[in-house]
Design a protein around this ligand. Structure first.
Ligand code: DX5
Ligand code: ZN
Length: 215
């Protein structure tokens, strides 16, 4: 069964409490929280104080996706705010291995996100030190974009790399996931589906989450 991680970015920010209630009642496993700094990506979303309050309202695993420069300066603060998984971007980390050591030492799962142009083989030497690879299937910064088809090949390549190194790394796919393409994404080897618009803009989000979970 896939892990389903609805993305807060597509939710109704005027109704965060009821969005959390809905998610708590649903079959969702994680809550995907997209933090943007207006520098690494051309958008600004929400940050620490919002996550800190959400943490008190959600029973789900908090999967924090940092689309920010210098994530090492904020890792401890995100731990305090309630992050369970902290994902940093490969492209934002000159000292990725050190960043991952820091995340682990703070007691969080270590995630690495790859932009669409970044090949998965760049992670070969550190795959055993990564709990989650988030393959971006859109350009990060915005919800509601279309899935980039070449992502499927990246998933297959990453799956082989994980198996070859005997790693336990999960593969998460983020961006443009729909009820139509989710099956092919899972068949390619993905473990975690992030879904923003597909869940929160659907007529019945709980049913949509259940449908994704049943794939
Ligand atoms: C994009 C974010 C995604 C986004 C996905 O930068 O990382 O998590 O919320 O939204 P959808 O599922 O609508 O493409
Ligand atoms: Zn994300």
């Amino acid at each position: 069964m896939p892990i389903i991680a609805p993305s807060l970015l597509a939710s109704n920010f005027l109704q965060l409490a009821s969005e959390c209630d809905m998610l708590n009642k649903s079959a969702a496993d994680w809550f995907h929280l997209d933090v943007m700094d207006g520098s690494f990506v051309p958008n600004i979303s929400f940050g620490l104080p919002v996550i800190e309050q959400l943490r008190t309202a959600t029973t789900k695993v908090c999967d924090v996706h940092l689309m920010i420069e210098h994530p090492e300066q904020y890792a401890e603060a995100f731990k305090k705010a309630g992050a369970d998984i902290l994902t940093v971007h490969y492209e934002a980390c000159t000292h990725l291995h050190r960043n991952l050591q820091q995340i682990k030492s703070l007691g969080m799962k270590r995630g690495v996100a790859l932009n669409p142009h970044t090949p998965v083989h760049l992670l070969a030497d550190i795959i055993q030190d990564i709990d989650l690879v988030c393959i971006m299937s859109v350009n990060p910064g915005f919800g509601g974009q279309s899935f980039i088809p070449q992502t499927l090949e990246k998933i297959r390549t990453l799956k082989q790399l994980i198996i070859k190194h005997g790693a336990n790394t999960l593969i998460e796919i983020d961006g443009g996931v729909t009820l139509e393409n989710a099956k092919s994404i899972l068949d390619a080897g993905a473990d975690v589906l992030v879904a923003g618009n597909t869940v929160f803009k659907s007529a019945d989000p709980i049913a949509t989450i259940a449908a994704l979970k049943a794939l």
